[in-house]
Ligand binder design. Structure first.
Ligand code: ATP
Ligand code: MG
Length: 267
């Protein structure tokens, strides 16, 4: 079908950056010729092929710019290993209304219980649904903001953590935070308060945050804002990382009953 009109159409589609339409034109034209496809269905079919491919590409771009350390999915989460996680509650959160409502999620618990897995899975789901997401550890965020003070890029770096619809702050509590670091966390949390969602993971209970942030007043102010509109998961149990080892040793770990009640965590 190398007529002049065809060649021009191919060139125009490429110039308009519609490569999928160009690629599929032949097969659609053949299909249209051998059936009673209307002009509208012909064009509509071609256009939706392009739209689907563009959407797939933008999901990939959003996932890439979210900077997840490893991609995780809620489908791969084994709730039978971790009965302290309420599957129904996670399911409700996966509809992502918490992002529209600017609410926060906090996963607290010891090492290896799936905090980062759940946070990342919800983040990936958000990327797939069109939200801009950024994943960071607290330590990385503090380092970026600290370094930005030296070259006067603080306002733009702060924006980087404030703008995404969902900010995931992982690993609060493992490494000590300087007073300046605690101030940076406060600024990010305060700027996002009721304007953007945060998912945060921590191995420390709220009562220990004063120590983690080196300042009990800042810790209280950060927690006050984080918890006002939030869902808290207090995950108790064994490390999934050590599961295989324990199986080999013939002593499958037992999990304690958990509570997701904020009040018990706030002590
Ligand atoms: N219930 C689970 N089902 C399937 N995989 C799990 C489960 N819990 C944890 N994992 C896997 O185990 C590993 C450790 O989990 P994850 O990194 O989420 O732990 P964590 O709670 O964030 O630990 P840490 O506090 O040390 O960072 C990951 O590979 C994760 O995918
Ligand atoms: Mg983790």
């Amino acid at each position: 079908m190398a007529t002049e009109g065809y060649e021009k159409l191919m060139t125009d589609l490429k110039n308009l950056r519609l490569p999928v339409m160009a690629e599929m034109l032949d097969s659609y034209a053949k299909q249209a010729a051998s059936s009673s496809m209307s002009y509208v269905d012909f064009l509509g079919g071609l256009v939706s092929e392009e739209v689907i491919r563009k959407e797939q590409r933008s999901v990939q771009n959003r996932i890439k710019s979210a900077r997840f350390p490893v991609l995780k999915s809620l489908d791969d989460f084994d709730y039978s290993f971790q009965p302290s996680i309420d599957k129904k509650k996670v399911g409700e959160l996966s509809n992502l209304r918490f992002i529209d409502n600017k609410e926060n999620i906090l996963f607290l618990g010891p090492s290896g219980v799936g905090k980062t897995h759940l946070a990342t899975s919800l983040g990936v789901r958000a990327c797939e649904s069109g939200y801009k997401v950024l994943f960071t550890t607290l330590n990385d965020m503090v380092s970026v903001l600290m370094a930005s003070m030296a070259d006067n890029s603080f306002p733009s770096k702060l924006r980087q953590f404030v703008q995404p619809s969902l900010l995931i702050i992982d690993e609060v509590g493992y490494l000590p935070v300087s007073k300046e670091g605690a101030n940076f966390l406060f600024q990010v949390v305060a700027k996002r308060y009721e304007t953007g969602s945060i998912i945060l993971t921590s191995n420390k209970s709220f009562a220990d945050w004063g120590e983690v942030l080196g300042d009990s007043v800042i810790a209280a102010a950060v927690l006050d804002r984080l918890l006002h509109h939030s869902t808290v998961f207090n995950v108790r149990g064994d490390s999934y990382r050590l599961r295989e080892k324990k199986k080999l040793m013939g002593k499958e770990g037992k999990t304690e009953q958990s509570t997701t009640e904020q009040s018990t965590l706030l002590r």
